[in-house]
Design a protein. Structure first.
Length: 220
C-alpha cells in the first residue's frame, strides 16, 4: 500500500485527488491539506509520496519540498503545478523533488506517477514536459531560433545518460570512467547547452533535437 499525502490549497482539486487516490486498491490518501505547515506532521506520521503544489499560502511548495525532504529523506515528493516553468522546476529538483505533474494531467497519469518506484529517474509527465519545451514540443511559448550545439561523441553519450535520469556517479559506472571525469563531462554539457541543472539541460537538448521529445511520462 502506497501512502499518499496531498498538499494543495485548491479545495476542489484536493478533494478530487483524495477521492481518486482512496478509490485505488494499492493507494491510500493519508491526508489532503492546503499548507506545508499542516503537511509536515502528517508526513511524520507516514507518507511514502507527497503531491505538492508550488503556490501555497505561507511556505511555498519549493521550500516545503526542501523542509519535508530534510525531515523525511525517504519520502518522494511530486510537484503539482498549473504553469510549469524551467526555473521553478529546476529549483524544485534542487530541493529534492522526484518529479513534476501538470494540474492538467489526466488522472491515470497522476496515479501512474504515484505508483512509480522510489529512487527511479526524475519523472516529468507529458503535459508538463510539453509546456517546458515550447513550440518544439507543441507548447505555447514563442521562442526564437535555437542555436546549434556541438557536442563531442562522449558528451553526447553523457547527455543521453542525463536524459535517462542518471547522475555523475551512475554515468561514471556506466561509461567505466572516474566520477571526476564524469562530472567534468556533465559540466561541459551543461555549459554548452546554457543550462544550470540536469532538468534545464534535458529541456534545452530536446529543443535542439539532441534528445527526442516524448509526449508520454518522461524520465529524465
Amino acid at each position: 500500500m502506497i501512502k499518499v499525502l496531498v498538499v494543495e490549497d485548491q479545495r476542489a482539486l484536493a478533494d478530487a485527488l483524495e477521492l481518486a487516490i482512496g478509490s485505488q486498491p494499492d493507494l491510500e490518501c493519508v491526508g489532503a491539506v492546503g499548507t506545508v505547515e499542516a503537511a509536515l506532521p502528517l508526513a511524520a506520521a507516514g507518507a511514502d509520496t507527497v503531491l505538492m503544489d508550488v503556490h501555497l499560502p505561507g511556505i511555498n511548495g519549493i521550500e516545503g519540498t526542501a523542509a519535508l525532504k530534510a525531515a523525511h529523506p525517504e519520502a518522494r515528493v511530486l510537484i503539482l503545478t498549473a504553469d510549469p516553468d524551467p526555473a521553478v522546476l529546476a529549483a524544485a529538483t534542487a530541493a529534492g523533488a522526484a518529479g513534476f505533474l501538470s494540474k492538467d494531467s489526466r488522472l491515470p497519469d497522476i496515479l501512474a506517477a504515484l505508483r512509480a518506484p522510489a529512487g527511479g529517474p526524475l519523472l516529468v509527465e507529458g503535459t508538463a514536459l510539453v509546456a517546458l519545451l515550447g513550440p518544439a514540443g507543441g507548447g505555447r511559448e514563442t521562442r526564437g531560433p535555437v542555436p546549434p550545439v556541438r557536442l563531442t561523441a562522449r558528451e553526447l553519450q553523457v547527455l543521453r545518460l542525463l536524459g535517462d535520469g542518471l547522475g555523475p556517479q551512475a554515468i561514471a559506472e556506466r561509461l567505466v570512467i572516474s566520477r571526476h571525469t564524469a562530472r567534468g563531462h556533465v559540466k561541459k554539457v551543461l555549459m554548452k547547452l546554457g543550462a544550470h541543472s540536469q532538468l534545464e539541460a534535458v529541456v534545452a537538448a530536446t529543443r535542439t533535437g539532441l534528445l527526442p521529445a516524448d509526449p508520454e511520462n518522461h524520465p529524465i
